[in-house]
Design a protein. Structure first.
Length: 143
């Protein structure tokens, strides 16, 4: 029985530097978006986690290859695509949950608004006759 010998080839240093720079740029961009209040903190945490994972994979030589082999993937770039797919899947589930919650809140707010409008219209109709019952101003006689 022959076993498959797989070499642990590490990427060239220039690729690792590019990956580290990309991760730092992504993290810096996320911090800037949060600072300018263009991205909420709860969403920023997911993106910062993704940037941190890319940073760790770029700094720790051979980690991606080791992880890939541990789960049975013998081509490291395929493992990277699997990790990216899982991240996108987590983001889609998270946004689906958020959209569902916001949709429910929107429906509740619309119902409350309709009830408040109805109440205002009822109060407006009840107050109009009272306004008519008030005494009219007395006309001044010219002397």
């Amino acid at each position: 029985m022959t076993t498959l010998a797989v070499k642990h080839l590490s990427p060239p240093v220039s690729q690792r530097v590019e990956v580290v720079l990309l991760a730092l740029i992504v993290c810096g961009l996320i911090f800037e978006l949060v600072r300018r209040r263009r991205l909420m903190e709860r969403y920023a945490l997911l993106w910062l986690a993704a940037g941190a994972i890319v940073l760790v994979l770029g700094l720790w030589q051979g980690l991606l290859t080791t992880l890939a082999h541990a789960v049975g993937i013998y081509y490291a770039p395929s493992a990277l695509f699997a990790i990216a797919f899982l991240f996108v899947l987590v983001m889609l589930v998270h946004f689906s949950i958020t959209i569902s919650r916001l949709s429910d809140q929107n429906k509740i707010l619309a119902q409350r608004l309709a009830l408040l409008r109805e109440r205002v219209e009822e109060n407006g109709d009840a107050e109009r006759p009272r306004a008519r019952r008030e005494p009219e101003p007395v006309a001044r006689s010219s002397a």
